[in-house]
Write a protein that binds this ligand. Structure first.
Ligand SMILES: Nc1ncnc2c1ncn2[C@@H]1O[C@H](COP(=O)(O)OP(=O)(O)OP(=O)(O)O)[C@@H](O)[C@H]1O
Length: 633
């Protein structure tokens, strides 16, 4: 077939004006392939073709060589590249298989976190050209060295000088970790290769009832040689580096959100806090009780104990029941215990709406070998939940009208009602059932929970607990917490004002929110230690003008909170503490309430003593009238 003549036949139709193209245009330079294409492209591509032809022609003339050759050259290059890559991959996988040792890590595992944190700090990685940026959140405890934060305070309209943290987010640098792909780095003089690969897979999603895409990441670390020992050493090193700043800290974990929980492994639990250990002495409790719990747990955790139990056929587990009114230190003691034994603490509240029985056993099954498990509110086992449809009453709706659907014909439903009804229908039935007593017992008795865990259960209503739950073997030691005795009140008072006699090196601590709100709840168990060792008492403690608000004193400047000392001898403090305790009615107030009162006067023990009478009166009245609004704070 003569393509050139074919092309010539087609060319006159190119371009309306037909000036540059036509018979005089040479098509002899066109390689066969291109020439063949031209007629096929037809009139619609005329302008495009025209340009192409012009460029083509120019190239041919300028370079003086057949553009066909150039094209062929490109073709070769492309093919060469392809083959080269193929060979490289094959050789690489051969090398990988026969000359390198590798270890795979899944992103679901803790080791992944350890490695990433370590890699982010490696200089070779930091200068790498392919990085992934991550925003890292800081906890309150990590800010301690940032003295420059204090420089940012501003002075508004002369009413006082306040700290200002408005730009703290901007200051926090992002963290850079290796991006997806292959990277090389050195550790101990040895070369390692890291390959990050992301895989998506379809997964049956029970929650949404359909299929969902999930991302999972696979890490492969390899090194030359047949033995994976260097990689193991590297991972061990990363792990140690990760935990190096964890001494004297307690890690708090809670169940992860329902969707993530199902992946099991590391995902079942979410680290919610990593805070300084709460010193045992900050929990004011009957000394005998404290020692009893401590020595009991100590014996239980001893490495020889499992054998002892096994030899006698006794399941290795020990349960503790902490019972007492709210705010009496149950959670605080649990955290302090975790600190004493250097264990992580895993907190599960049975009141959590999304917690099902299966979840509970799964959570127990993924606990580490040694830890403290804090099971809160166990009296709610077997009760219906706030989310229970039978009790819902429609009050939970955003419109507050409670038109939950009952009694209203469907055609009169509003969109909000419909959405609510659909939501209720679509929900997992497990979600509603809550935890039954047997579910709770199963989780506690489960085979996996027999391994040296310290199980602490807390309740405000011990009398409503089922006997099965607290029989020996499930609960081995009960600790009763009561409202403050006078002795406890005295100790709380002393603890609140005393610590500054011992330490004066806390220049970077910053005031945290104070008051009863902050004092309530176990999550704030650090407050006593934090405050007692940071910024209270001092020059301002003395003759401060009456009527000056406690709140205002709390928002101190950096200077005031630093070098203050209590202008009071320890003996005098003891005397004031005793006077204070005298004014506190026995067993009437919880330690949390007293702590709330004292926190508002944390710089001024004398003022606390002066005002306690009035506070007690108001509180007693308030408790009798059952209102929740404080008259005196
Ligand atoms: N015995 C105590 N010694 C020192 N501080 C205490 C004591 N009891 C309570 N507090 C303080 O009161 C706050 C609340 O205490 P905690 O959370 O331990 O109470 P709880 O008994 O667990 O309450 P709830 O039953 O409501 O969970 C904490 O900030 C804690 O420091």
């Amino acid at each position: 077939m003569d393509f050139n003549s074919m092309l010539k036949g087609a060319l006159p139709s190119f371009g309306g004006n037909g000036t540059s193209l036509g018979d005089n245009m040479s098509t002899k330079h066109l390689p066969d392939g291109v020439a063949q294409l031209l007629p096929l492209l037809g009139g619609r591509f005329n302008p495009l073709m025209q340009t192409f032809m012009v460029v083509y022609e120019m190239l041919a003339k300028r370079l003086g060589l057949d553009p066909g050759v150039i094209l062929t050259l490109f073709g070769f290059l492309w093919a060469f590249n392809k083959v080269g890559r193929q060979i490289y991959t094959n050789v690489y996988s051969l090398v990988q298989e026969y000359l390198m040792a590798s270890i795979h890590i899944s992103s679901n595992d803790e080791i992944y976190l350890h490695l990433m944190k370590w890699l982010a700090r490696q200089p070779t990685m930091v200068s790498s050209r392919s990085l992934m940026a991550e925003t890292v959140g800081k906890t309150a405890w990590e800010d301690e060295d940032e003295s420059d934060v204090l420089k940012t305070r501003i002075s508004p309209d002369g009413s006082g000088v306040y700290l200002n943290f408005s730009n703290q987010e901007a200051k926090a640098p992002p963290r850079f970790i290796p991006a997806m792909g292959t990277h090389g780095f050195k550790f101990n003089g040895k070369y390692f290769r890291l390959r990050r690969k992301q895989e998506s897979f379809m997964e049956d999603s029970h929650q949404s009832g359909g299929m969902a895409f999930k991302d999972k990441e696979n890490l492969v670390i390899s090194c030359f040689g047949w033995s994976p020992t260097p990689i193991k050493k590297l991972l061990q090193h990363c792990k140690e580096a990760y935990y190096s700043d964890h001494h004297a800290r307690t890690i708090v974990k809670r169940p992860n959100s329902q969707n993530v929980r199902r992946f099991g492994g590391r995902n079942a639990w979410l680290q919610v806090a990593n805070r300084p250990v709460r010193p045992m002495k900050t929990v004011v409790l009957d000394g005998k009780q404290k020692v009893q719990v401590l020595s009991d747990i100590n014996e239980y955790l001893h490495p020889a104990t499992p054998r002892w139990y096994a030899n006698r056929g006794i399941p290795l587990r020990r349960g503790y029941l902490f019972h007492g009114p709210p705010g009496t230190g149950k959670t605080s003691l649990s955290f302090a215990l975790a600190g004493v034994f250097g264990l992580d603490i895993y907190v599960i509240s049975l009141l959590e709406p999304s917690l099902s029985e299966e979840d509970l056993s799964a959570l127990f099954n993924t606990l580490p070998r040694r830890c403290v498990v804090l099971l809160e509110d166990i009296d709610t086992a077997g009760l219906s939940r706030p989310g229970d449809p039978s009790k819902d009453g429609g009050g939970g709706g955003p419109d507050g009208k409670g038109g939950g659907g009952d009694g209203i014909p469907p055609n009169e439903w509003r969109v909000a009602d419909l959405a609510r009804a659909l939501k209720e229908k679509g929900n997992d039935p497990n979600e509603k059932k809550g935890i039954s007593l047997s579910g709770l017992l199963n989780a506690i008795d489960g085979v996996a929970s027999h391994e040296g865990r310290v199980l602490i259960m807390t309740t405000n209503k011990p009398e409503s607990l089922d006997e099965a739950l607290i029989r020996p073997g499930r609960v081995d030691l009960q600790v009763g917490f009561t409202n403050s005795t006078q002795e406890q009140a005295r100790e709380l008072f002393e603890r609140m004002y005393e610590a500054d006699h011992h330490h004066h090196h806390h220049h970077h601590n910053k005031p945290s929110s104070s008051g009863p709100g902050a004092a309530a709840g176990g999550a704030n168990g650090h407050i006593v230690d934090n405050f007692s060792s940071s910024h209270m008492n001092g020059s301002a403690a003395g003759p401060r003008k009456d009527g000056e608000d406690g709140e205002q004193q709390a928002t101190t400047t950096a200077e005031i909170s630093h070098d203050e000392r209590l202008d009071m001898s320890p003996e005098e403090l003891k005397r004031i503490a005793a006077e204070f305790a005298d004014k506190i009615p026995q067993g009437r107030f919880s330690p949390a309430e007293l702590q709330g009162f004292l926190l508002k006067r944390k710089k001024n023990p004398r003022r606390a003593l002066e005002e306690v009478g009035r506070w007690v009166e108001a509180m007693v009245q308030l408790k009798e009238s059952k209102t929740k609004v404080l008259q005196v704070q």
